[in-house]
Structure formats: structure tokens, C-alpha cells
Design a protein around this ligand. Structure first.
Ligand SMILES: Nc1nc2c(c(=O)[nH]1)N[C@H]1C(S)=C(S)[C@@H](COP(=O)(O)OP(=O)(O)OC[C@H]3O[C@@H](n4cnc5c(=O)[nH]c(N)nc54)[C@H](O)[C@@H]3O)O[C@H]1N2
Ligand SMILES: Nc1nc2c(c(=O)[nH]1)N[C@H]1C(S)=C(S)[C@@H](COP(=O)(O)OP(=O)(O)OC[C@H]3O[C@@H](n4cnc5c(=O)[nH]c(N)nc54)[C@H](O)[C@@H]3O)O[C@H]1N2
Ligand code: SF4
Ligand SMILES: [Mo]
Length: 902
């Protein structure tokens, strides 16, 4: 292996900001990742996730070889690619022959590259002849797609990141950018520091780190955004803060909308939204008087049974004020996944076709069919994500192909999803990490190359296309997604189109992109001037970029021309509808779910980097302090949270950033990391009637204390993935069990669990064996009368693993001894004494790592603050916040709290 460091410029595989990264490697392994200073999205910055990408490649979690199960109930066995794909082609061909094209479905992902998407699209629509091709973007962006199309006539977000820096008034609705788009948030923080007169409005039922930056935070009742936006328009009209000339020249439908919003009086809207009339007036004043007004939004608006209405109601504000097509102005939907936009471009939702076309439009179908040289494309509507899993459960779908997404964690109403996957006759899963919940159900499991190993294009939130480049070979026999798909398609062609020339003679991503791009010719997103080579030469570019162009397009609609039939943008008058589930006596709280700063979705990747658990280590259910008190709950008490669909046991914590009556839980814990099918066992599948996007942000729930006196805690260093797989099944018998990692240089698996009664001796012995606590240098203490026991393995003067059973008062103390590499006399004394509490008392709370880059704990920051240090002082003395900056909002929040206490 060569010792020289090679550098490959590529793109981060997490969020839709689309940061450029420089991958440092030796041709075999990736050693480091830094921000690419020349990439226009991030100009060298990275967040806590991007900068730790090189720590996430644990090979023991990766898929290396295809695995095939030859009958339900049997185990999967390793197989060859040829056998795997021939078998899949045979099963698909048989199913299609017997049950027709709509008996199979493809469920894909916003994390695929443009070329991967294109291959799947052609496979489903041109070869199989079904529109049953949907993606996890249904859970994510489909309301934004509907919103843009209804208002503008096409799915064309008009803005650029620079507009965020240049705007005079920025409205951020249902987006926690500080966690979910951190590098953009850094750019916003810096712009606001440079131009303090810039106003920021945040609309979110929680006081997030994003809201901390706001001049005005509207902490509205969840699900009431349509009423709020109509109420704001009502005030703008009343005050005359609208742009009549723009409305007359460039829009249609204003009179109808005016009639609609007439009813949305400030008093009524304040009541629906749980806000004060003055707050509405202040918000309207900021918008109505701003030279430029930009809005950003994300899942708080999209993941709603009013998702498309939320989008159009917000866009209405821009059209009414003429705030579009200018610097610092416009409605700017933030995309979540790295290539959510590419999915829209290639038509990867069941109702779309490549090139921003519609599957329901016969002309569009003809255009694509002609280009692909197939007779026709299917005209029956395809299933959308929620409908798709219902159809799988009902037996209508008999073969399901899943790629680059983990529906057995991320789709609402998990009970149904797990039933569906278990019942489906043939499930193919194309995955980079074989650890996910969905992989368990695969009859055929195919190893996919992943970030750092594969090549193609991605489009970020600002329509900018970047080249994702490989640095190292994929491990084992893992292959790029486009190649797997095309190889399968060619084998299926032998059954369906024998003797005809292949539709899938792809030679590589560059050639696939060139084939795809001509489907965008002359359309809003025209990419025909781009290619892999062009991007390599002139850097990432924003579409449209037609043939002959020399640079991309930063802003659209400057001329007030919109891609509708009459060239005018449309006001959409959609009434406010109350959310699908309401609080009621049996379910008196509403549950909101969302992201943590350092985790990504189902944690298949981030969950392999121990340090990313430092910020939040457990799936905490947050409740308003009043709701905790009403239930007489103390912090970290275990509670049962139930919805109409299922229930889970979780530790609860008071969180004053919530409104009373609301619960919040991070979305990341699925059945692997948390016993009980994960967070989405609770959430509801109800969806928006137009976008079919489910209401993941609002479910009615009940929370009650549970008594689970027999507690369990274990920590074991090394070989974490294998131990994880072996230990996880043994915790099915617990009422609560969460697994995660801890540490930095020496990762450990950490298990917290609880039951009503003591676990049997044999089961405990089996756990001890897997923890390496059954023999060797292990100190043990047991008190069988109380069913309490402790085990610590000490090697080379350090704790190597430990287990507490019965009660766990000493767990944080022991964890800190392990972290510090200490095994001193006090530990030995404690171990051999009946006392369970650690020396110095039992009140120690878990200490979280605020700054991941510099490894600075919350305790250290709080101590610094109490010594009088300000942000700069903390940076200088502790180093926190000096690298990626992701922790800065939280440090500011702690400083503000201290100031308000003082
Ligand atoms: N760290 C991290 N970053 C990510 C991801 C990740 O997994 N981890 N995932 C990426 C993806 S795919 C996506 S889609 C984005 C999501 O990015 P965001 O949408 O910003 O993230 P969320 O935390 O899902 O939700 C945003 C906010 O919506 C608020 N909200 C809930 N209900 C309502 C409501 O009724 N009205 C309003 N106005 N707000 C409401 C929530 O309180 C929450 O603060 O993040 C991307 N970035
Ligand atoms: N309760 C609740 N649920 C939610 C949300 C919420 O806010 N609340 N948000 C929703 C949203 S917005 C989204 S986008 C979804 C995300 O939900 P998912 O799509 O299920 O999320 P991921 O865990 O990112 O799944 C991507 C999978 O692809 C695998 N993978 C990574 N790279 C590659 C690759 O190159 N090729 C292949 N084939 N596989 C790869 C990863 O290991 C991972 O298992 O979750 C949704 N679910
Ligand atoms: S903001 Fe963070 S997660 Fe998003 S692309 Fe940039 S480095 Fe990656
Ligand atoms: Mo998303």
C-alpha cells in the first residue's frame, strides 16, 4: 500500500446542501475528509457529519457479497452475482407473466445518484411496464413538488444559496437548519453577523437552535401553518403591503384567494395558531416592508396532511408581494437528501417521468417512449410509498425491489410495514450496509457500493449539479447501483424482449448521464449543456444549463414569466384543514419527530461512528416541564408512549423548548437500535391528498409512567458491529432496550435496558458471554437476594467491558472511568462492596459532547460560562466551536440561559 496521500474531490453523501469534500486516501482506504474550498455550496466548510465521514466505513457493517434465501423461513446464504441476478430475473419474469406488470414495485431513494435513478426509471417504465416506482422522497419532498407545480407550472425552485446571505428578511418555516442544513446555517449566521439589520423569522412549534437566531419566533400550534400564511396575507392586504403591479402583470387567481383570506382575520388566526395578534402583525410588518424577502422551508411544512397547501400558501405570500426573481427574494424549499432534486429531474416518483414530466400526461408518455424506442409507457397510475406498502401487505405486490432506503425504519406505521415485508413473496434489497431493519426481510440481498466508492451526479437544493467521484474501490463484491440495476435489467430483457437490442447497454455513469440529459431538452431544467466532463472542467453548475451555455442559472423568473400555459404564476386558494389526528382524552398529546444534529436517518452509516453518539446517546422523549410534572415524572424516567398504532418504552426528559401538550422524539431509532419497531411504530400513515406525503410530524399519543425496576447497563469495547448483531436479539425480552456506541478512539457498544422482573440466570449468562465477562480478568459481585449483580473486566489497567444488572446507579461513573482509561482503587472497592451507588453519590447525569470536533463536553462549557467566559472566551480556552461550528448555536443557547438566570 502506498503511503502517499491522494486527494479526490467529491460531494458529501448526507444532506441537500451538497457540500464539496476532499477525500484523503491511499487508493485503498479513506483516511480523512475536509471541505472543498472551491465548491460553491460550502466554500470549504463541513458540518459535524461531513467532517466525520471517514470514520463511518466500518467494514463489518457493510454488505460484501450477494446473499440469497431459497425459501421463507430458511437462512440466506452467500451467492454469486450471476446466480443472484439470474434468479431475480426469473422470479420477476414469472411474476409478470402470471400477474401482470403492476404486481411488482420498486421503492428507491433520494440518496441514489442521477444515473442510478435513470436506470431504475427505464427498468420500471420501459421494460417492466409499471409506474410502481416510488421513492422515500414521497416522505420528504413530494409536497414541495406539488406546491411548485401548482403555483409556477413546473417543479422549479427559483433561488440560490447566495440569496440567503443577501436577503433583508428571511422566513424559515418548519426547518431546523441548525441541525439539518448546518453549513447553510453557518452561512446565514455569518451573513446576519455582518448585516445585523437582516431580519430572521422562524416558524416552528419548538424553540430549536435555529429559532435561537430569530428576531421573531412564531411558536405556532403544530399543523396550523396554512392558517398562519393566510392570516399574514390578510394583514398584508389590509395594510396595502402588496405589489399590485406584479400581481396584475404576472399572476392569476388573486381575486379568489382574496375572498378566501378575507375570513382569516388576525383574531381567528391567532386562535388557530396559538399565537398573539401582535406577533402576526409584527411578522406581516417585517415581510411587507422588507426590500427583499426570502423563505426557506423543509419537513415542518412538507410532512403534513396539508403539505401541498402549506407550500402553496407560503408561495402565495411571495407572489402577492412580488418577492420573487430578485436577489435575496423567493420561495426556496430546502431539500433533505443529497439528490432529492435528481430524483425529481429523472422522474423518480410514481406520478412523474424523466425531465419534469407527468406519468398521467399522454404526450409526456409518448415523448419518453419515443426517446426510449419502446411502443408505449404504462398509463395506469403507480403506487405511492404508503399505498405501496399497503399493497404489499394485501398481497397485490408480489415482488418488491428496494434500493438505498430502509423502509422498515423510516415509513410511518411500522407494524404494517413489517407485516408487509414479511408477507411479500420476493423482496430484493440493494444496500450498502447489511445491518438495517429492511435487510432482515430480504430474500435477495445485494451489496451496493457507497459514498467514496461510486460515481455519478447529484443536484443540491439550489439546483447545482456536482460530480460525485470515487476514491477507493468498493469492498468485497459490492457494485454501484446503476450497474446492479442495468445488469438485472439485461437479464430480465432475455425473458421479456428476447432477441431485441438491449435498452440497457450502459457503459458507465458519464454515458448514462448523456443519455438522460436529452430528455430535459427545451424543458425548465434543460441540462443538455452539461456532462461529467463539463462539470470536471468548470465546476458544479446550476440548471438550467442548455446546450451552448457557459454558466449555470442562479435565479429564475426574473422576467415574471412562469412555465404555465398563460405564462402567469397561480395563486392557490386552499382552505386550512385541521390536522388528521387531534388531541383527545385517550391521546392527550401530539407527537412531533425530527432530526438530531449528528445522526442521519436510520443510522446505518452515522451509527458506526462512536463519536456521533456523544451529542445524544439515547432516544429521549421530550415533554414540556408541565406535562412531566402532571405525570410526576423525573428526568430519565422510563415511560410508555402509545398511539393508535403501537407503543414504545422510552426515557422521558423535560424540555422547555416545547409547547405544553407536545411530545418530541428524534426520528433515528429503528428496531435495531431500540426494541419495539422504532419510533415509526407510533406515527401515522395519513397523507396529503395531492402529494400523498404522510403526516410524520403529528400523531396523537399518550404518555404514562411505567415501573420497570430491574435495570440493565452494559458497555463493551471493540468489535462493536459483530457484538451488536449478536447481542441485539437477546434484548427482545426486555420492555426497554436501546443500543448505541460510545467513545472516540476506542469505540464501545453500550446497552441500556429495563424489565419488570429480573432476567433469568441463563439469559444473563449468555449476555455475559457475549460481553466477554464470563471468564478472564473479570471482577464480579452478586447479591442474588436483590437480583443485583456487577461485572467489570479490567485489562492492562483499563476497564474493557462492564455490566450492571438489577440497578444501574453507577453507570455514568463507570462510563467516565472507562473513557478516562482508569481502573483505580475506588473502582475495586466499589466493585466488591454491596453498595451500588458510586463513591461521591449517584446523582451523576450523562455528560454529552457538545463539540464533536474538539471533544468538549457540555459540563466543560457550562463551567467556562460560570467562570464568566463569553463565546470567544470559550473558543479560546476550550477550543469548542472552532472547527465545524455545528455546536455554536447550542453554546449560544447555554450562554443565553446563563444570562437569563443571572
Ligand atoms: N443531521 C441531519 N441532517 C439532515 C438529515 C438527518 O437525518 N440528520 N436528513 C436530511 C433530510 S432527508 C431532510 S428531509 C432534512 C429535514 O430537515 P428539517 O425539516 O429541517 O428537519 P426536521 O427535524 O425533520 O423538522 C424540522 C422542524 O419542523 C418542525 N415542525 C414540526 N411540525 C411543524 C408544523 O406543524 N409547522 C412548522 N412550521 N414546523 C413544524 C419541527 O419542530 C422541526 O424543528 O434534513 C436533512 N438533513
Ligand atoms: N418519524 C419520522 N420518520 C421519517 C422522517 C421524519 O421526519 N420523522 N423523515 C422522512 C424523510 S424526510 C426521509 S428522507 C426518510 C429517510 O428514510 P430512509 O431512506 O429509510 O433513510 P436512510 O437511513 O438514509 O436509508 C438509506 C439507506 O441506504 C443505504 N445506502 C447508503 N448509501 C448507499 C448506496 O450508495 N447505495 C445503496 N443501495 N444503499 C446505500 C444506507 O445504508 C441506508 O440504509 O425518512 C422519513 N421518515
Ligand atoms: S451540511 Fe453537513 S451533512 Fe450537509 S452536505 Fe454539508 S457537510 Fe454534508
Ligand atoms: Mo428527507
Amino acid at each position: 500500500m502506498s503511503q502517499t496521500t491522494l486527494v479526490t474531490p467529491s460531494t458529501c453523501c448526507y444532506c441537500g446542501v451538497g457540500c464539496g469534500v476532499l477525500i484523503e486516501h491511499d487508493g485503498e482506504h479513506i483516511h480523512g475528509v475536509t471541505g472543498d474550498p472551491s465548491h460553491p455550496a460550502n466554500l470549504g466548510r463541513l458540518c459535524s457529519k461531513g467532517s466525520t465521514l471517514h470514520l463511518t466505513g466500518d467494514l463489518t457493517a457493510r454488505g460484501l457479497y450477494p446473499e440469497l434465501r431459497l425459501g421463507k423461513g430458511l437462512a440466506r446464504a452467500r451467492t454469486h452475482w450471476d446466480t443472484a441476478l439470474d434468479h431475480a430475473a426469473q422470479v420477476f419474469a414469472d411474476t409478470l407473466a402470471e400477474h401482470g406488470p403492476d404486481s411488482v414495485a420498486f421503492y428507491i431513494s433520494g440518496q441514489l445518484l442521477t444515473e442510478d435513478y435513470y436506470a431504475f426509471n427505464k427498468l420500471a417504465r420501459a421494460l417492466v411496464g409499471t409506474n410502481n416506482l416510488d421513492s422515500n422522497s414521497r416522505l420528504c419532498m413530494s409536497s414541495a413538488v406539488v406546491g411548485y407545480k401548482r403555483s409556477f407550472g413546473s417543479d422549479t425552485p427559483p433561488c440560490s444559496y447566495e440569496d440567503i446571505e443577501q436577503s433583508d428578511c428571511l422566513l424559515i418555516a418548519g426547518s431546523n437548519m441548525a441541525y439539518a442544513h448546518p453549513v447553510l446555517f453557518r452561512r446565514l449566521e455569518e451573513a446576519k453577523a455582518r448585516r445585523p439589520e437582516m431580519k430572521v423569522i422562524v416558524i416552528d412549534p419548538r424553540r430549536t437552535d435555529t429559532a435561537e437566531l430569530a428576531d421573531l419566533h412564531l411558536q405556532l400550534q403544530p399543523g396550523s401553518d396554512v392558517a398562519l400564511f393566510h392570516g399574514l396575507l390578510h394583514i398584508l392586504l389590509w395594510e396595502g403591503w402588496i405589489d399590485r403591479a406584479f400581481i396584475d402583470a404576472h399572476t392569476s387567481g388573486f381575486d379568489e384567494l382574496k375572498r378566501t383570506v378575507r375570513d382569516y382575520t388576525p383574531a381567528m388566526v391567532a386562535d388557530i395558531c396559538g399565537l398573539r395578534v401582535e406577533q402576526l402583525q409584527e411578522c406581516a410588518r417585517l415581510i411587507g416592508n422588507a426590500p427583499s424577502f426570502l423563505s426557506l422551508w423543509c419537513m415542518g411544512l412538507n410532512q403534513s396532511s396539508n403539505g401541498s397547501g402549506n407550500n402553496t400558501a407560503l408561495i402565495n405570500l411571495h407572489l402577492a408581494t412580488g418577492q420573487i426573481g430578485r436577489t435575496g427574494a423567493g420561495p426556496f424549499s430546502l431539500t433533505g437528501q443529497p439528490n432529492a432534486m435528481g430524483g425529481r429531474e429523472t422522474g423518480s416518483l410514481s406520478n412523474l417521468l424523466p425531465g419534469h414530466r407527468d406519468a398521467a400526461n399522454p404526450e409526456h408518455r409518448d415523448e419518453v417512449a419515443r426517446y426510449w424506442q419502446v411502443g408505449q409507457l404504462p398509463d395506469s397510475p403507480g403506487l405511492t410509498a404508503i399505498e405501496l406498502f399497503e399493497a404489499v401487505r394485501d398481497g397485490r405486490i408480489k415482488a418488491l425491489w428496494i434500493a438505498c432506503t430502509n423502509p422498515a425504519q423510516s415509513v410511518p406505521n411500522q407494524t404494517l410495514v413489517h407485516q408487509a415485508l414479511a408477507a411479500c413473496p420476493f423482496v430484493v434489497v440493494q444496500e450498502a450496509f447489511f445491518t438495517t431493519e429492511t435487510c432482515r426481510y430480504a430474500d435477495l440481498l445485494l451489496p451496493a457500493a457507497s459514498w467514496g466508492e461510486k460515481e455519478g451526479m447529484v443536484t443540491n437544493s439550489e439546483r447545482r449539479i456536482s460530480h460525485v467521484r470515487p476514491a477507493v474501490p468498493a469492498p468485497g463484491e459490492a457494485r454501484p447501483d446503476w450497474a446492479i440495476t442495468a445488469d438485472f435489467a439485461r437479464r430480465l430483457e432475455r425473458h421479456l424482449r428476447p432477441g431485441q437490442p438491449s435498452l440497457f447497454d450502459f457503459t458507465g455513469p458519464a454515458q448514462i448521464f448523456d443519455e438522460f440529459k436529452w430528455l430535459t431538452e427545451g424543458r425548465d431544467l434543460d441540462l443538455t449543456g452539461l456532462s461529467h466532463a463539463v462539470i470536471d472542467e468548470i465546476g458544479p453548475q446550476q440548471w438550467p444549463f442548455p446546450t451552448g451555455a457557459h454558466q449555470g442559472t442562479p435565479r429564475l423568473y426574473a422576467d415574471g414569466e412562469f412555465p404555465t400555459a398563460d405564462g402567469r404564476a397561480r395563486f392557490v386558494a386552499e382552505q386550512y384543514r385541521a390536522p388528521q389526528e387531534k388531541r383527545e382524552p385517550r391521546y392527550p398529546l401530539t407527537l412531533n419527530t425530527g432530526r438530531l444534529r449528528d445522526q442521519w436517518h436510520g443510522m446505518s452509516r452515522t451509527g458506526t461512528a462512536a463519536r456521533l453518539f456523544g451529542h445524544v446517546e439515547e432516544p429521549i422523549l421530550s415533554l414540556h416541564p408541565d406535562d412531566m410534572q402532571r405525570r410526576q415524572l423525573k428526568d430519565n424516567a422510563l415511560v410508555r408512549i402509545s398511539s393508535r398504532r403501537g407503543s414504545l418504552v422510552l426515557p422521558a426528559k423535560a424540555d422547555p423548548s416545547l409547547r405544553p401538550g407536545e411530545a418530541y422524539v428524534p426520528m433515528h431509532w429503528g428496531d435495531r437500535f431500540l426494541k419495539g419497531l422504532g419510533i415509526n411504530v407510533l406515527t401515522q400513515p395519513a397523507y396529503d391528498p395531492l402529494s400523498k406525503q404522510p403526516e410524520l410530524k403529528l400523531s396523537a399519543v399518550a404518555v404514562e409512567a411505567v415501573t420497570l425496576p430491574w435495570q440493565f447497563y452494559a458497555l463493551v469495547e471493540g468489535d462493536v458491529q459483530r457484538r451488536f448483531e449478536a447481542l441485539r436479539p437477546l434484548f427482545e425480552d426486555f420492555d426497554y432496550a436501546s443500543l448505541g456506541l460510545a467513545g472516540r478512539d476506542r469505540p464501545a457498544l453500550v446497552i441500556r435496558a429495563a424489565r419488570a422482573e429480573a432476567l433469568g440466570g441463563e439469559a444473563l449468562a449468555e449476555i455475559d458471554r457475549l460481553l466477554g465477562l464470563d471468564s478472564g480478568p473479570v471482577l464480579a459481585y452478586d447479591d442474588p437476594r436483590r437480583s443485583v449483580g456487577k461485572r467489570v473486566r479490567i485489562e492492562d489497567g483499563r476497564i474493557q467491558s462492564l455490566r450492571l444488572a438489577g440497578e444501574t446507579l453507577a453507570r455514568e461513573w463507570l462510563k467516565s472511568l472507562w473513557l478516562d482509561g482508569e481502573a483505580d482503587a475506588s473502582l475495586r472497592r466499589w466493585l466488591l462492596a454491596p453498595l451500588s451507588a458510586p463513591p461521591g453519590g449517584s446523582g451523576q447525569l450523562p455528560s454529552k459532547t457538545l463539540c464533536n470536533c474538539m471533544n468538549v463536553s457540555e459540563i466543560a462549557v457550562c463551567e467556562g460560562i460560570s467562570q464568566g467566559l463569553d463565546l470567544q472566551g470559550l473558543k479560546d480556552s476550550l477550543g469548542c466551536g472552532t472547527s465545524c461550528g455545528s455546536c455554536v448555536p447550542e453554546i449560544k443557547r447555554l450562554l443565553a440561559q446563563q444570562a437569563s438566570v443571572a
